[in-house]
Design a protein around this ligand. Sequence first.
Ligand code: SF4
Length: 191
Amino acid sequence: MDVSRRDFLRFSVGAAGGTALSGLAGSGVNLGPVVAQAQELRIKNAKVTPSVCPYCSVGCGTLIHTIDGKIVNIEGDPRSPHNEGTLCPKGAAIFQLHVNPNRPTQVLHRAAGAAEWEVWDLERAMNRIAELVKKTRDETFIEKLPNGKLVNMTPAIFSLGGAIHEIEFNQVHQKLMRGLGIVAIENQARI
Ligand code: SF4
């Protein structure tokens, strides 16, 4: 049984509180058309930009809908040959990656032994990371193994990347890490 948007609103108002939806679904009513119509209204007149889910190496194709430069919806791209418009639960939540009041937007630093987080500006944080990387590398650098084999490496730094890093980033990242003598490098990227 299909239901129009008008029927849906009528049923919703007539039924008691939160039981309306479950009652409709439980009685075999197909809510698909109503949901589809609501979705269509939400993205009507939106600009559509093709993109790729950032979360894993499957790289599912997505469509990003924006209105006045703001993201209003992200969904699977039906033209993508391997996900054909679908997204897994993680990918289906990409919208919250961008629009999320809980997302940290500042660098937070907690000094060793401290109980409180301190807000740092990005430049200060980057300088501190560079300082610690150089110090650690200088203190642990191994030029040759005991048997004389040349290795030019540090075993004290591990680089762990994520799935949102694409080929170009990883190309540059690998060059930087290898150049520093870091050999423990792992990521979940499309390389
Ligand atoms: S939608 Fe899921 S399977 Fe597809 S790329 Fe994103 S995380 Fe991977």
